[in-house]
Design a binder for this molecule. Structure first.
Ligand code: M6R
Length: 614
């Protein structure tokens, strides 16, 4: 939520900032702005997408080799030009960009107003830069010291970067709860700061991930110092980014979402590489070594996540319990963190997150950690906050996911979770050798089977044409396909704005069946598994009420095609793994419907990719 970028070096800053904002636009796109210093500190900002900002500054002859930029997802104050970042201090000599929330801003603002400060915007962020200005004035201290003092007094989450007209050779940055990466150019001659690595990789692969409550002071002479909030120097740990530029470009596709859907045979294969080898009886996650015994001996595994990652968690509950007989509970992180849950010694908390930055999931981790649980993180973004807050974990290796609607991250999460279940089952001896072999072989066949479903894209596009104007959709599934129904409904509503609900098929008769008439499309995931006969009955119940059924069936099914309006055939596979395949047609269906409705599938309204506020 909100993307921030900053530059200090020898290049013109504004093109670097604009390009960086375009890369970060998936994090928020209500408004955008930049500030650069040449002789004076100038701020340009505009409601709308980064393109609007680009058009605005094209008319200006912007020069300056230091600057900051921001793309916003509104929390305090509606999206408009004034609430857009950067924000000035009163004397317009300081400018700030901020991602996060200053929770005690109202009290600070009241105090500052009593001292004569006037505010232009409704944002908490503007309060922060006035606060810094006020501290510097009254304490007669350096900007660095004023920022440090201000940070000790604010409550909330932040990633900030501040520049000062009085010192156009310095950037001051800090983070707590919101991510911030510092890219270091050759010979320390230039620095790139951003919310994630995507704006940085085309310039340098050497990065430092700032930790919570660290402040970075970056000077044009190449000197970078990192201190904690107590003013104690920290050793910057320089890492090399393992990411290529192509991974964050559209690569010939019109949409990131479509590219990411079609990447899944590769991303699932990448995720399995070296972790699962059927002919060697091998299933292991290298990132979870020290805590394997904790997993094996766990009384209970608690999974916390949000959105699509929560759906992956639901599938994992079914798979882990079936294969390992370890009890699993799945919780929305936002509920779990506020309800004083019972966590006992011997519980393992599994946190699932694509971004690794979701505020509620991070808070759930902190709470469980304080209660003594072992924390294992399953994240896609390397070096993310959740990855670092976990005791151990496994990356999903899906590569950067830019489309706001999660697709390849979901299948990669399912892949890791299946491997985790197999690893655990091996240790607990809850599967026979033959069962283990069968499942690992099935897993290895998944990339090819996903490709078979992707080859049905044209057929799915044709079905989409028939339902693009529907007002509602129902998604039904049972067993392992129930979370897939939830995921299909979420995908459709978030990118096409059609109201959609996912239900366990048997629950339909307890209420949702009242909705069914000839106008209601019902997507039923009815692959051959242990609940097949039951779901056939559910399809009949829908057809008896004239609902339109789009059925996802196993190739060769002779029964369901006779009963329904449309059939999408997917390859057969073991039911524990089927969600990896059965979700693919649902991703394509929502994509095509959204495109046909003229929606911006990569940047749906009101959403942001990384939800760093609760
Ligand atoms: O980065 P996370 O996996 O923690 O994000 C969780 C949700 O915000 C995310 O899955 C969201 O629901 C997506 N928009 C779904 O497509």
């Amino acid at each position: 939520m909100c993307g921030i970028v900053a530059y200090l070096g020898n290049r013109e800053a504004s093109p670097v900032l604009i390009k960086g904002l375009q890369r970060l636009e998936y994090r928020g796109y209500d408004s955008a702005g930049i500030a650069v210093i040449e002789d004076s500190l100038e701020v340009y900002k505009k409601k709308g997408k980064v393109k609007e900002l680009e058009d605005l500054i094209q008319k200006e002859n912007l020069t300056g080799t230091i600057g900051i930029g921001h793309t916003r997802w509104a929390t305090h104050g509606e999206p408009n030009d004034v609430n857009a970042h950067p924000h000035y201090s009163s004397n317009k000599k300081l400018a700030l960009i901020h991602n996060g929330i200053i929770e005690n801003y109202a009290a600070i603002k009241k105090d500052l107003i009593s001292k004569g400060h006037e505010f232009q915007s409704e944002t908490d962020s503007e309060v922060f830069i006035h606060f810094v200005e006020d501290i510097q004035k009254h304490n007669e201290c350096t900007l660095e010291e004023a920022v440090r003092i201000a940070l000790t007094k604010v409550v909330g989450a932040y990633a900030i970067v501040i520049i000062s007209q009085d010192n156009p050779n310095q950037l001051i940055a800090a983070r707590k709860g919101s991510p911030l990466v510092i890219g270091i150019g050759a010979n320390n001659e230039e620095f790139f700061l951003a919310s994630d690595a995507t704006p940085i990789i085309e310039y340098t692969k050497d990065v430092v991930y700032l930790n919570d409550e660290e402040i970075a002071i970056i000077n044009r002479n190449g000197n970078i110092s990192i201190k904690n909030i107590e003013d104690i120097a920290q050793n910057p740990y320089i890492q090399t980014l393992d990411m290529e530029l192509e991974a964050i470009e559209k690569g010939g596709y019109d949409y990131f979402m479509l590219k990411e859907i079609f990447e899944q045979p590769r991303s699932v294969a990448d995720c399995m590489r070296g972790r699962l080898v059927s002919n060697k009886d091998h299933a292991a996650l290298g990132g979870i070594r020290k805590h394997v015994d904790d997993l094996v001996n766990a009384n209970r595994i608690i999974i916390v996540a949000c959105g699509t990652s929560w759906h992956a968690g639901l599938v994992a509950e079914y798979v882990i319990e079936e294969l390992t007989r370890t009890p699993v509970e799945v919780e929305y992180a936002s509920e779990f963190r506020y309800r004083n849950p019972i966590i006992n010694k011997g519980d393992v908390l599994l946190a699932i997150s694509q971004s690794g930055e979701t505020a509620d999931t991070l808070a759930a981790i902190e709470m469980a950690k304080a209660k003594g649980a072992v924390i294992l993180g399953i994240c896609n973004v390397v070096g993310s906050s959740i990855a670092r807050a976990s005791d151990e974990g496994a990356y999903t290796h899906a590569g950067p996911e830019i489309g706001v609607a999660s697709t390849k991250a979901f299948t990669a999460q399912l892949t890791v979770l299946n491997i985790l279940a197999l690893m655990l089952a091996r240790h607990k001896k809850t599967l026979s050798d033959n069962q283990f072999k069968e499942l690992t072989e099935e897993m290895e066949s998944i990339p090819g089977k996903i490709q078979e479903v992707l080859d049905l894209n044209g057929q799915i596009e044709e079905i989409s044409k028939l339902y693009k104007d529907a007002k509602n959709f129902l998604y039904l599934g049972r067993g392992y396909n129930f979370p897939v129904a939830l995921e299909g409904a979420l995908k459709l509503k978030e990118i096409s704005y059609i109201h959609a609900e996912g239900y366990p098929a048997a629950e339909m008769k307890h209420g949702p069946i009242a909705l069914i008439d000839k106008e209601m499309p019902v997507v039923v995931i009815a692959t051959r598994d242990s609940s097949y006969d039951k779901i056939v009955s559910n399809i009949q119940e829908v057809k008896a009420r004239k609902g339109k059924v789009i059925a996802i069936v196993t190739k060769g099914d002779a029964l369901i095609p006779k009963m329904v309006d449309h059939v999408i055939e997917v390859p057969s596979c073991h039911e524990t793994i089927m969600p990896l395949i059965s979700v693919i047609p649902l991703q394509l269906l929502s994509f095509h419907i959204a495109v046909m409705r003229g929606c911006n599938v990569d940047q749906p309204r009101n959403l942001a990719k990384s939800v760093t506020v609760e």
